[in-house]
Ligand binder design. Structure first.
Ligand code: FAD
Length: 534
C-alpha cells in the first residue's frame, strides 16, 4: 500500500509539473505574442530582483516575466492583452501585473508572482515648465533626479519623503510624506495631472477637471486603478540653504503640544519642516546630547550651551516620564543666501515659545539639497556596515491627535522594550491639507493626526521575528484601546481587513473604482485586496 500510495503521489506530482509547464509555455507564448518596443525578460537578474523588495520579508514566487517598457504604449499593450485574455476566459486567467518603482516596499506590494512586473525605471523623462511652475515627470523617475532637474531651473517640489531614492509613481501610490506635509500636504496634494494606464489598458490623462474620479482614485491608490506613467508635479522657487535645528524634551506632553503649536502656524510664519523622534536614553543621550547631534562638519553654528545640566533632573522629576525614553524635535527654516544675515534672529524668535529643554537647542546650516538628501548619508553608512540589505519589519501608523498621549504611555514607554535599531519618527499633520477624494485612508474626524513610523531593523537585542510580533502587539493594543489608527504603507489581507482600514464609505468608493478601472483585478495584487492568494 505504501509503495502504491508513494507511486500515486509521484505520478500526481509529475502530472502537476507537466500541467504547470504546459501552462508556463502557454503563458510565455501568450506574452510573447504581445508586441513591445521594449524588452520582455523571462529569466536572469531582472526576474529574480523583481521577486524581492526592501523589506526582505515577503518570499513570493518570481514573476513569469519583467517588462522593460520603451513607451507608455508598451505598458498599455501588456495590460490590454492580459485584460482581454481575462475577459475571454471569464476571469479565469490568473496573471497579474505590478508596476515596480524602486522596489522599496516592505511586504511584496510591488511583486507579481507568476505575473508580469513592469520595471518603471526603464521609462524616464523629466520636463520642467519653469514659467508654469510644474514638471512633467515619468512615474519611474526617482525623486532625487526630480530634485536635481528642477533645481537647474531654480525650482523644486514642495512636499517630500525623507528618503529620495523612491520613484514618483511609488510614493504617489501611497501618499508621500515628510516633515513638510503639515504645511503643503502629502505629495499627492501637490500633483496637478496624471497619465495613467488603467487595468483595461487604456491610457488616460486625468486631473481635477478631466477624468477626476480616476485622478483621485490613483492618488494614494496603491496601484489598484492604474499604472502612473507620468505626473505633473507642482513646483515653487527653491531655497538655497536650510537652518536645521534640534531641540530635546524629556516630557511628552510638552513635546507634542509644541509640535501641534508649530504646525498651526500659517504659511510664512511657520517652519518649513517639522519632525519628532523618540529615542532611548539608555546611553545617557541627555548628557551627551551635543555630541550625539550633527556630524562634526555641521555642528554648532549656533548653540545655547555646551551641556544640559538641568536635563537629567528634569527627566528624573518627570514622574510618569521616568523611563528611559526621551524625545527630540527637528525643525528647519529654508532661506536664500541674501537672507543669511537675518535668518539667525528669525529662527531664534520662532523657537522662543517652545517648552523644550532650553540648553538643548542646537542648529546647523546646510544646503537645501544636502538637507533633503540627508537620509542617503545614513544609507551609505549602513551599506558600508552591511546593515542596509537586511530585513525591515517596519510599522507605519497614523494616530489621531487625541490618542497620541495614550499611545506614548503604552507603546513608547511600556511596549518597546526590545527596540531593534533604527529611528522611531513621530510628527503631526493637518487634515485639511489632505484631499478626501484621494484613495488614501487617514484617521477620521480629527483636524490633526500623527505619523508614527517604527523603522526598526533586527539587531543583537531583537530579532526580525520579535519585532514583527511586537508590531502585532502594538496593533492589537490600538484596536482594543479604540485608538482609531490607520496603517500607512499597509500590509493587510483580504477584503474584510481592508474595509476596516478604509472605513465603510471609503471602501465603497474603492470597490466602485476598482470595478470601473481594473475590473479583472489585474493590477498590484501584492496588496492582497481583491485577490487574497498573495
Ligand atoms: P515600489 O515598492 O516599487 O512600489 C510600491 C507600490 O506602488 C506597489 O504596489 C507598486 O505596484 C505601486 N507602484 C509603483 N510604481 C507605480 C506606478 N508608477 N503607478 C502605479 N503604481 C505603482 N514613504 C513616505 O511617504 N515618506 C518617507 O519618508 C519614506 N521614507 C522611506 C525610506 C526608505 C528607506 C524606504 C525603503 C521607504 C520609505 N518610504 C517613505 C516608503 C515609500 O514611499 C514606499 O515604500 C514607496 O512605495 C516606495 O517607492 P518605490 O518606488 O520603491 O515603490
Amino acid at each position: 500500500l505504501l509503495i502504491i500510495s508513494r507511486l500515486l503521489v509521484a505520478l500526481g506530482a509529475t502530472f502537476q509539473l507537466q500541467i504547470s509547464s504546459v501552462l508556463n509555455d502557454a503563458e510565455c507564448a501568450f506574452l510573447k505574442s504581445l508586441a513591445f518596443e521594449g524588452a520582455l525578460v523571462f529569466e536572469g537578474a531582472e526576474v529574480s530582483e523583481a521577486s524581492v523588495d526592501f523589506g526582505k520579508l515577503a518570499r513570493l514566487a518570481p514573476p513569469r516575466a519583467v517588462l522593460k517598457p520603451a513607451s507608455v504604449q508598451d505598458i498599455g499593450s501588456l495590460v490590454r492583452g492580459i485584460y482581454k485574455a481575462a475577459v475571454a476566459s471569464n476571469n479565469n486567467v490568473a496573471m497579474t501585473v505590478a508596476a515596480r518603482g524602486h522596489g522599496h516596499s516592505i511586504h511584496g506590494q510591488a511583486q507579481a508572482p507568476g505575473g508580469v512586473v513592469v520595471d518603471m525605471t526603464a521609462l524616464r523623462g523629466i520636463h520642467v515648465m519653469a514659467t508654469e511652475l510644474y514638471a512633467d515627470v515619468r512615474g519611474g523617475e526617482l525623486w532625487i533626479d526630480v530634485l536635481q532637474a528642477t533645481l537647474r531651473e531654480g525650482l523644486a517640489p514642495k512636499s517630500w519623503t525623507d528618503y529620495l531614492y523612491l520613484t514618483v509613481g511609488g510614493t504617489l501610490s501611497n501618499a508621500g510624506i515628510s516633515g513638510q506635509a503639515f504645511l503643503h500636504g502629502p505629495q499627492i496634494s501637490n500633483v496637478r495631472q496624471l497619465e495613467v494606464v488603467t487595468g483595461k489598458g487604456d491610457v488616460v490623462v486625468c486631473s481635477e477637471k478631466e477624468h477626476s474620479d480616476l485622478f483621485y482614485a490613483a492618488l494614494g491608490g496603491l496601484g489598484q486603478f492604474g499604472i502612473i506613467t507620468s505626473a505633473r508635479i507642482a513646483l515653487e522657487p527653491a531655497p538655497q540653504r536650510v537652518k536645521w535645528v534640534r531641540v530635546l524634551y524629556s516630557d511628552f506632553d510638552n513635546f507634542r503640544k509644541d509640535q501641534e503649536y508649530l504646525i498651526s502656524q500659517p504659511l510664512g510664519k511657520s517652519f518649513d519642516y517639522i519632525e519628532g523622534f523618540v529615542v532611548s536614553n539608555s546611553e545617557n543621550l541627555l548628557d551627551n546630547w551635543r555630541s550625539s547631534l550633527f556630524a562634526p562638519a555641521h555642528e554648532g553654528i549656533r548653540t545655547q550651551g555646551d551641556a544640559i545640566p538641568a536635563a537629567s533632573s528634569q527627566s528624573r522629576s518627570g514622574g510618569a516620564n521616568s523611563t528611559d525614553v526621551v524625545y527630540y524635535l527637528e525643525v528647519t527654516k529654508n532661506y536664500r543666501e541674501a537672507e543669511a544675515n537675518c535668518i539667525h534672529e528669525k529662527v531664534s524668535a520662532m523657537l522662543a515659545p517652545l517648552h523644550c529643554i532650553p540648553s538643548s537647542i542646537y542648529s546647523t546650516d546646510i544646503s537645501y539639497v544636502d538637507f533633503l538628501n540627508r537620509v542617503h548619508v545614513g544609507e551609505q553608512k549602513l551599506r558600508a556596515k552591511g546593515l542596509w540589505d537586511i530585513p525591515h519589519p517596519w510599522l507605519n501608523l497614523f494616530i489621531p491627535a487625541s490618542k497620541i498621549v495614550e499611545f506614548d504611555a503604552v507603546v513608547f514607554r511600556r511596549m518597546l522594550g526590545k527596540r531593534g535599531s533604527g529611528p522611531i519618527i513621530i510628527y503631526p499633520m493637518n487634515r485639511n491639507k489632505w484631499d478626501a477624494r484621494t484613495s488614501v485612508a487617514i484617521p477620521e474626524g480629527e483636524d490633526v493626526f500623527y505619523l508614527v513610523a517604527l523603522l526598526r531593523s533586527p539587531s543583537e537585542v531583537a530579532s526580525t521575528e520579535e519585532l514583527l510580533q511586537q508590531n502585532d502587539a502594538i496593533l492589537h493594543f490600538c484596536r482594543s484601546a479604540g485608538i482609531g489608527e490607520k496603517l500607512y504603507l499597509p500590509r493587510l489581507s483580504g477584503a474584510a481587513q481592508w474595509r476596516t482600514q478604509m472605513g465603510d464609505t471609503k471602501w465603497a468608493t474603492f470597490v466602485r473604482r476598482k470595478a470601473l478601472y481594473d475590473p479583472s483585478a489585474i493590477l498590484s495584487a501584492g496588496h492582497s485586496i481583491f485577490r487574497s492568494n498573495y
